[in-house]
Design a protein around this ligand. Structure first.
Ligand SMILES: [Mg+2]
Length: 228
């Protein structure tokens, strides 16, 4: 058996980020009566645009975690004519508190983790806030499958930084030859791992296309059990 260590991503690989995020948003949308100024689809679309931009600023260390957590809501409600930082801060808090309680996962997530953890060391590698990511795995009842969890907040840098992957290898006693990374994001997970010559499984459930030499590509999590 070549591989000994499995490094697997959380958001959009196991945890259905879009479904959970939409569910949380619907709650917040009604709680703050945003329906008085726009419909849910408009609100959610705008938020995603702003959130993506602000996350990329956060990854580039241009803004802090604190600013990211509420400013994304402020810019969003501002777009619909509500200029209220206090409400935005409340929404930001609600989002952080409510979203990790959501438990929608991709089909076969739990079965896959059960399978992997019976044969390998399994580590969670995830960009995100410590308190959020731990709650998610606890609420989904998958926390016990991981030998260790590496949130980017605790590591001190994000995937796809080389330093992130060096850190997790060092702290698990793994090496590139006996490890494999599973993730949905080509830039963040796959190219990040490939810098250190770690094999990869690209979970491509959105019919993405790439020329990048991924080691394996799967459309469903179940296919991974045919590889590992
Ligand atoms: Mg992901």
């Amino acid at each position: 058996m070549r591989y000994k260590n499995i490094f697997i991503d959380l958001d959009r690989t196991l945890w259905d980020f879009e479904a959970n995020s939409a569910e949380t948003f619907l709650e917040i949308f009604h709680k703050y009566e945003i329906n008085k100024v726009c419909n849910f689809e408009e609100f959610f679309k705008k938020y995603r645009e702003i959130n993506d931009q602000m996350w990329s600023d956060y990854r580039a260390k241009l803004i802090t975690k604190e600013l990211l957590s509420w400013k994304r809501f402020h810019l969003c409600i501002l777009h619909f004519g509500i200029d209220n930082e206090d409400i935005a801060k409340e929404m930001g808090k609600d989002y952080i508190n409510l979203s990790p309680l959501k438990t929608r996962m991709f089909p076969y997530s739990t079965e896959l983790l059960r399978h992997l953890s019976s044969k390998y060391k399994v580590y969670l590698i995830t960009n995100g806030f410590k308190e959020v990511q731990y709650l998610k795995i606890k609420n989904c009842n998958i926390d016990t499958y991981f030998d260790k969890v590496f949130t980017s907040e605790e590591v001190g840098c994000n995937k796809p930084n080389r330093e992130y992957f060096e850190f997790v290898l060092e702290n698990t006693g793994a090496n590139p030859e006996n490890s494999i990374v599973i993730g949905d994001d080509l830039e963040v997970d796959i190219k990040g791992a490939a810098q250190l010559n770690i094999d990869t499984i690209w979970f491509n459930n959105n019919n993405g296309l790439t020329d990048f030499p991924v080691t394996f590509e799967v459309k469903s999590l179940k296919e991974i059990t045919e590889i590992l």
